[in-house]
Design a protein around this ligand. Sequence first.
Ligand SMILES: Nc1nc2c(c(=O)[nH]1)N[C@H]1C(S)=C(S)[C@@H](COP(=O)(O)OP(=O)(O)OC[C@H]3O[C@@H](n4cnc5c(=O)[nH]c(N)nc54)[C@H](O)[C@@H]3O)O[C@H]1N2
Ligand SMILES: Nc1nc2c(c(=O)[nH]1)N[C@H]1C(S)=C(S)[C@@H](COP(=O)(O)OP(=O)(O)OC[C@H]3O[C@@H](n4cnc5c(=O)[nH]c(N)nc54)[C@H](O)[C@@H]3O)O[C@H]1N2
Ligand code: SF4
Ligand SMILES: [Mo]
Length: 707
Amino acid sequence: METQKESKYFHGGCPHDCPDTCSMVYEVQDSKLIGVKGNVDHPMTRGGLCVKLQDYEKRHYHPDRLLYPMKRIGPKGTKQFQRISWDEALDTITDKWQSIIKEFGSEAIMPNSYLGNQGLVHGMNGGDSFFARLGATVTERTFCGEGSATAWLLTLGPTAGVDPESFIHSKFIIIWACNSVSTNIHHWHIVKEAQKKGSKVVVIDAYASRTAKEADWHICPKPGTDGALAMAMMHVIIEEGLVDQDYVDKYTVGFPELAELAKKRSPEWAEEITGVLANDIRKLAREYASTQPSAIRIGVALEKSWGGGQAIRAVASLPALTGAWRHVGGGILQFPVWEQPYKFDVICRPDLIPEGTQVVNNLQLGRVLTGEQKLKVPIKSMMCWNTNPVTQSTESEKILEGLKREDLFLVSAEHFISDTAAYADILLPASMGAEQEDIILSWGHLYLTYNTKCIESPGEALPNYEIFRRLAKKFGFKEECFKWSDSECLEHYIDWNSPACKGIDLDYLKKNGYARINVGTKDNRAPHKEGKFPTPSGKCEFRIVGAKNFVAGPFRQMYEAFQPGDDIPELPDYVPSKETASANPALAKKYPLNILAPKSHGFINSSYANIENKLKAQGEQFVMIHPLDAEERGIKHGDRAKIFNDRGFFEAVSKVTTDVNKGIVVTTLGYWRQLNNGVVNSVSSNAFGDMGNSPTSHDCLVEVQLA
Ligand SMILES: Nc1nc2c(c(=O)[nH]1)N[C@H]1C(S)=C(S)[C@@H](COP(=O)(O)OP(=O)(O)OC[C@H]3O[C@@H](n4cnc5c(=O)[nH]c(N)nc54)[C@H](O)[C@@H]3O)O[C@H]1N2
Ligand SMILES: Nc1nc2c(c(=O)[nH]1)N[C@H]1C(S)=C(S)[C@@H](COP(=O)(O)OP(=O)(O)OC[C@H]3O[C@@H](n4cnc5c(=O)[nH]c(N)nc54)[C@H](O)[C@@H]3O)O[C@H]1N2
Ligand code: SF4
Ligand SMILES: [Mo]
């Protein structure tokens, strides 16, 4: 008789690059992961995972998963690999790097990672401490949020802002350039609840996204014009006496100058720029200012145009102008990561980086690898983990050209043979969620989230940091941190003695799976009720004098030091995009359509875009195009289209729809080049935005024709 197998349950944390950082429950039978659920007790996760993670166990056991170290035996990019031992793999890497260091110096080696894994040990450090000690080139990573963070810090300082859970108390909610239904579903649930209780939900999005369709009101500005919209809102708020003057007088800097500028930013002026009717702007400003508590949630897309940083400064100024901060559920939310007790200096060890080490940026990867960007020391080897730059960075074609270089030694630690890993000389199999202990970084709520190692890795896969511990040993690095176990890392990586951790220690976290940091409760947190902004003046800084641009990654504060840039304008304002019809009419003659390429519903960036059921649910790569634009080009719904500019092209199936305005096309990110002709980022530009070296992926012109 067959006996019923016994299930064991363990606390998990979703390691993906997602603001929700769900607390999960792993179900294990016979040392095998058989199911994953959302933690019912967790106030944000509330028992539900998103469509991507509902069968997370299948990702662990997928037949295409990389299980053994391999070396390349065919031409680069042809995916011909042969299994080797870990010893051979690590010896090959060590020998190769040592000879590169001898000939060119350690800066000829470049690490490249991002948030494919958000664990503090296997993601945030991953291998940063190792490469710092090695003296490798420093890779500044500004895929996501660094421009927003710079604007945020300048205006408000390192505050977590309004608690995402406090939105339940908001009476007027603006979701600004954020497709929450797909990208922040556990916050969206709270917004929907508030809406049911009577709160008005406004979505400001450059097309009718899934989220916009669920709003009470969708406002649809042209891409990259949000700064004009926000400035005109200020104009109305000031002109119509809707300013909370007492709040402004006590807790802000630069109001007279801002008011002077806002006088010139009328709704009529903004209508020309944004395409939003002046009367709608008036109505929005009035309702926003007079319905308290009002809360704004901004998405990452806001930074992804040339004027993004200045736009975010304008938006971030609104709650102080109206006194929204006085209330629980009033204010603005971006990344509430700033009050988390992570010790990035211990995690990433920037102190180990030799002074004067060269810095490259991950959005310039194509230029760095092809030599188009001149470096003090050219890159001879790159190691990639937790990122897939071929699909995700800019100028994909240049990256590919670089990866084909015979003299570039590429090491890739991965779960699958991604578009980037396909070019590796040495492939290393990396462990997945349930196979490694960690605390997962949260940038969308105010909890610490623990992840238990509850199964062994299949094959010979190893956790990222274990790979680097072994490499550190080969290189003879003596620092204690390279000997710490995962648990020991966690003891060091969190400031357990900080006020945020009062009553919480690692043991508690292991037992409970998650813990709310001590920053007030959702029902009483009003952090700036009486100002107390963590800025130099202690006030909300509408006006800033003498600031320089800098990179303020919310995840890697270490890079603040590297890039003092151009002057920051004293006041927030609208700054036009660079690659639009109005900014560059000559280019627009050739490439008249503005492309948006935000996140997909069904993948996490490029992760899961190779998994059959996820691909099936998401559907093939599409491009949404307005009926008039389609007609002009002889394109019918369902036709295969080619989307192109001077940088490259990709193909997609056309969706002819009025969900997008004329002049705009929308696609989504993440599809693999191996499975599609070209990728979205074949057309994107390497230009930085105005702050924090952010990408400008929505500041981009293309043409579309039948494929
Ligand atoms: N399902 C899913 N969830 C994800 C991810 C994923 O790939 N898939 N990725 C995760 C990551 S890394 C991130 S950073 C977050 C990002 O999540 P979001 O912040 O939601 O960012 P995006 O999806 O890039 O864009 C959001 C919306 O902004 C709109 N938009 C684009 N340009 C403009 C503009 O100039 N003005 C205005 N008003 N709107 C504009 C787009 O049309 C889109 O609907 O999502 C995370 N969650
Ligand atoms: N056009 C356009 N481009 C964009 C964006 C956009 O909106 N539009 N968004 C940008 C944004 S916001 C972001 S955050 C980036 C994201 O871009 P990436 O950070 O490159 O994200 P992914 O494509 O998910 O790649 C993560 C890779 O890490 C691997 N991985 C996951 N966990 C582990 C692990 O534990 N160990 C190892 N070794 N590997 C692991 C996964 O298999 C996957 O291949 O894309 C950016 N690119
Ligand atoms: S991807 Fe995001 S929403 Fe989905 S389970 Fe992970 S943290 Fe939760
Ligand atoms: Mo991101």
